[in-house]
Design a protein around this ligand. Structure first.
Ligand SMILES: Nc1ncnc2c1ncn2[C@@H]1O[C@H](COP(=O)(O)OP(=O)(O)O)[C@@H](O)[C@H]1O
Ligand SMILES: [Mg+2]
Length: 660
């Protein structure tokens, strides 16, 4: 089973179709040939039997013909007169004339006792008696015509003529199937005979006339049968119809030919026919091998006047024409079957191709889909079922593709979401951290500043007084001057610390951010540190005023601008811009420099208090700014790339009035 399923559609179709056509073809051929054979043979046998009837008729007609001649001759008055007058010379001459004219072998006149008066061929005195002759006896007894077939002895024939005796004599040729005979020679003959009574005018019985024809080596009857029944038909040079007369079992007259073309006489009938026809007296119909061919044959017994079987009449038709019809029929049947098979193979191959080619395509594309390539569409013309299959696969591929895309989108979204959240968490975390740090640092710084402030004031007052008291050229003045200056610097730091620590609630009022920026630019432009720096502003017109602490915001902007100028100590470009973000209902202020940028490693730390990269830096500028912006509900961010510069972005809410 398994093996069959792995075969190709094509071979399976061819196999099954071939079986489907071969089986009925073979059965039809066998049955048909058998039927036809039976039909033909039955027909042939029926025909042979009817031929046999015709042959029998011809055979009997010949007897009747002989009888007629005998009757007419016996009735002639000259003959009767010569018989009464015993004019043997006249009789002999007259009989010979008739014999020759009518093609008879025997024509003899006897007296009323059966003694010879005259015979056509030999003139002999009347010592010879015919009283033993069955025919003569019966005529004398009954005074009626007697006719039929008779077996006559060699002596009988010799009396008639030596030549006639020789015509009858035959050396028997033995054949395989025949029942052998003891004697090797047949000397007697078979004769068609008619014996008629001769009457005087007054009706007195005066004699007997015998007319006869010897059948041995006389082919008139058999050839006539052939002519009449088969019209001398030929089949490939062989005569279709044949007829034979047997004397007992011996062929004495026939038109069956030997190989050399001579007539096949002197042979014996087969044992089977011998038994069936000669012994049992039956008719026989069947196939028989005669001399060298098969014949459909019919045999019937020939009987004498006492109804004894003395011979056989045979007719046969050549079997070959029938066999040929049969063979041609068979060839036709098989050719049709063969043609059918060829046709089936062609059709099956085509059908299989129509099925397997699109299937192969579907398979290829299905494999591609399985490998993840969903951009596949099967376009084929194929039987409806296969087209439907292709349609299903197309749908499946499309659905797979959509689902895959959705999955990918989901994945991407998820990733973005996770990143966003992580960022947010990081930011919040950093903010919290920074706020907490600022708050605790603020407290600490406030305490420390407060404690330092008083001593510092004392130091400053006393050192200033000391400086005033010292003479102008006193060498200690320089040192005291350093003390005064450093103390002032310390006080400055402490002040800043306090500013940072105070984290005072902003004193908000409506301010214009653009105006604050303009003022600062005016303020810093003439500073020496800005000499090489070009300031470019890009301020949005009609920027709404917002609620903010002017001083604190100003401080933030100054911190950032100063940082930028310090970063671009060799000169550069500072761009300041303002813009409204309508969506957020907030404004964005950016400060962009083209300084060296902030390295990635410290970018996170610049808002930390006391973080600085400068020798003289406090590290408080950005952390204070951060706190101020936070207090205003805004946001401060930095973007920086090395060599390109740094951009600080401050976002401030516009609706600060409502939020107050
Ligand atoms: N525009 C800028 N370009 C490069 N670095 C900057 C810029 N602004 C701030 N920084 C970095 O941030 C640090 C912290 O600044 P800040 O808090 O103002 O303290 P300080 O200016 O006293 O160092 C600076 O030391 C500097 O390294
Ligand atoms: Mg600074």
């Amino acid at each position: 089973m398994k093996k069959i399923t792995t075969k190709s559609i094509q071979s399976q179709l061819i196999l099954y179709f071939t079986i489907a056509i071969l089986m009925p073809a073979v059965i039809t051929s066998i049955v048909g040939v058998k039927l036809i054979y039976n039909q033909i043979i039955t027909r042939a046998e029926t025909k042979t039997l009817s031929d046999l009837n015709s042959a029998g008729e011809i055979f009997r007609n010949k007897i009747v013909q002989i009888e007629s001649i005998a009757r007419l001759t016996s009735a002639r008055s000259l003959i009767v007169k010569a018989l009464i007058e015993n004019n043997k010379i006249f009789l002999q001459k007259d009989l010979l004339r008739t014999l020759t004219r009518e093609n008879l072998d025997v024509l003899t006149i006897l007296d009323k006792n059966g003694h010879l008066i005259s015979r056509s061929r030999k003139f002999e005195p009347g010592e010879h008696s015919f009283i033993e002759d069955k025919f003569v006896r019966r005529v004398i007894d009954t005074k009626r015509i007697v006719k039929g077939v008779d077996i006559v002895s060699r002596e009988y024939l010799e009396n008639e003529s030596e030549q006639l005796a020789d015509q009858a004599a035959m050396e028997i040729i033995s054949t395989l199937k025949a029942k052998p005979r003891t004697e090797q020679k047949e000397t007697s003959g078979m004769m068609l005979k008619a014996a008629v009574p001769i009457f005087e005018d007054n009706g007195k019985f005066v004699g007997v006339l015998i007319a006869g024809v010897l059948l041995n080596r006389n082919f008139e009857i058999v050839d006539k049968i052939k002519e009449v029944v088969h019209e001398g038909e030929n089949y490939h040079g062989s005569e279709i119809g044949t007829a034979t007369i047997f004397q007992h079992d011996l062929r004495i007259s026939t038109n069956v030919k030997n190989q050399d073309g001579s007539r096949a006489i002197s042979t014996l009938v087969s044992e089977e026919i011998n038994e069936e026809v000669l012994q049992y007296g039956n008719r026989y119909v069947g196939e028989a091998f005669v001399v060298n061919s098969w014949y459909i044959s019919a045999y019937e017994p020939i009987r004498d006047i006492d109804n004894n079987i003395i011979g056989i009449l045979y007719v046969g038709i050549l079997k070959k024409p029938f066999e040929d019809v049969l063979r041609n029929t068979l060839i036709t049947f098989l050719s049709i079957a063969l043609g059918g098979i060829v046709l089936i193979i062609l059709i099956a191959a085509r059908m299989a191709k129509r099925i397997s080619t699109p299937l192969k395509r579907i398979e290829d594309i299905a494999n591609k889909i399985a490998d993840g390539d969903y951009h596949q569409e099967i376009t084929i013309t194929a039987p409806r079922e296969i087209e439907r299959l292709a349609g299903s696969i197309n749908r499946m591929a499309k659905e797979l593709e959509t689902e895959k895309r959705e999955l990918e989108e989901w994945g991407n979204k998820l990733e973005v979401k996770v990143l966003e959240r992580t960022d947010e968490i990081k930011k919040i975390h950093a903010q919290l951290f920074r706020s907490e740090k600022l708050a605790s640092l603020g407290k600490l710084a406030a305490g420390v500043a407060h404690e330092i402030n008083n001593p510092l004031t004392g130091i400053l007052t006393n050192s200033s007084l000391l400086l005033e008291d010292l003479p102008v050229n006193d060498p200690r003045r320089e040192d005291v001057d350093v003390i005064v200056k450093e103390t002032i610097r310390c006080r400055e730091i402490v002040k800043r610390l306090l500013d940072f620590a105070r984290q005072t609630k902003p004193q908000k009022q409506l301010v214009s951010i653009n105006e604050i920026i303009e003022n600062i630019i005016l303020l810093v432009r003439n500073q020496t540190s800005f000499r090489n720096i070009q300031v470019q502003k890009n301020l949005q017109e009609n920027l709404p005023e917002i609620m903010a602490d002017r001083d604190q915001i100003q401080q933030v902007f100054i911190n950032i601008i100063i940082n930028a100028s310090e970063a671009m100590s060799k000169g550069g470009l500072l761009s300041i811009s303002t813009v409204i973000l309508p969506t957020n209902n907030s404004m964005i202020i950016t400060f962009k420099d083209n300084g060296p940028g902030i390295p990635e490693s410290i970018r996170e730390k610049i808002f930390d208090p006391f973080f600085t990269t400068k020798e003289q830096g406090t590290g408080l500028g950005l952390s204070i700014s951060y706190g101020i912006i936070e207090q205003h509900g805004g946001d401060i961010n930095v973007e920086s790339s090395l060599d390109l510069g740094t951009t600080f972005t401050i976002q401030l809410p516009i609706n600060s009035i409502e939020s107050e």
